[in-house]
Design a protein around this ligand. Structure first.
Ligand code: NVA
Length: 314
């Protein structure tokens, strides 16, 4: 059966651990895996803006011995000129794997259903699972084991990053706190799914409005833009709704003394995070950005079933 990586809970706890360990080993020896030797082609499609995702997939695919093929979604007219299913059938005959950044998760699901090759979610409105693998690898590098750590996500809890934190964090056995204003908290279905996973991993989930309560004693503080791609028309309303949710040095003072700060970037300094925090000693955002490449190489290699690259315990 073809495996895909469409949402964070597509990986079981053991599989997530395996992929993160593979990523750690690939980071130490970037050219040791040749899972795309041939070179095999990976089709990459970006329907929303991208910097880190495009760069890290292109570099990572090349490091695996493969060829990144950019498919212009608007030229192809995916879902307009041709159905998603037909695009999937065509690309699946040209590429070993498909990477897609798009809007609706349902379109990605349709691509996966018909492609016949693994499909990777490079961000949808609902989830950003590759980012979460990078975030978890970054936390492992700084804190060792993930299980039992407390993560506070402050800001737009209803965006792709909030949803992915719930699912990936629960899979990793973390205590996930989300602080978001009413109307911007995660949908109940994702909270319920995270709690269901947590019943097996020991993870807990708490959704609240108070950022101070969320950050109190936390090992990791995370934020993301208040205006996700596709929400630009709501910018003014969102800036007002989130004005008490900036990650400031004062807020960081409530976290655990060795707490680290994550941000998937792009960052809007003075909005969701202050410059002195983003550029300060607790920030690990550049490691986090680099780690996109390592985790994506790992998930590609893992999905293709070519995981024989050894494992470096963290
Ligand atoms: N929530 C953000 C993530 C950017 C990587 C967005 O969707 O724009």
């Amino acid at each position: 059966m073809t495996r895909h990586f469409l949402r964070d809970d597509d990986l079981s706890p053991a599989e997530q651990h395996e992929v993160l360990s593979l990523a750690a080993s690939l980071k130490q020896a970037p050219y040791d895996s040749h899972s795309l030797a041939g070179p095999r082609t990976v089709a990459t499609i970006y329907d929303k803006p991208t910097l880190r995702t495009q760069a890290s997939f292109a570099a990572g695919i090349a490091e695996l011995g493969g060829h990144p093929m950019m498919v212009d979604g608007s030229l192809a007219g995916i879902g307009k000129r041709e159905s998603v299913a037909d695009v999937a059938r065509v690309l699946g005959r040209q590429a070993a794997l498909i990477v897609w950044r798009t809007y609706a998760q349902s379109a990605l699901d349709e691509m996966a259903e018909h492609a016949g090759v693994p499909v990777i979610n490079a961000l949808t409105d609902e989830f950003h699972p590759c980012q979460l693998l990078a975030d978890l690898l970054t936390i492992r590098e700084r804190k060792g084991e993930l299980t039992g750590l407390t993560v506070a996500f402050v800001g737009d809890g209803a965006c792709n990053m909030g949803n992915s934190w719930l699912l990936a964090g629960a899979t990793a056995g973390l205590h996930v706190r989300i602080a978001a204003p009413e109307g911007h908290q995660p949908e109940e279905q994702y909270v319920a799914r995270a709690r269901e996973i947590g019943d097996r991993t020991g993870a807990t989930v708490d959704v609240m409005t108070d950022p101070k309560a969320a950050v109190d004693g936390a090992d990791v503080v995370v934020t993301d833009t208040w205006v996700s791609m596709g929400k630009e028309e709501e910018a003014a309303e969102r800036l007002a709704a989130f004005s008490d949710y900036t990650v400031t040095a004062d807020l960081m003072g409530l976290a655990a003394p060795e707490a680290i700060v994550l941000h998937c970037l792009p960052a809007y300094r003075g909005k969701e995070i202050d410059s002195d925090v983003l550029d300060g000693p607790q920030s690990v955002v550049w490691d986090e950005a680099e780690n996109r490449r390592h985790v994506q190489k790992a998930i590609i290699t893992w999905l293709l079933g070519d995981t024989d690259t050894g494992e470096v315990p963290l």
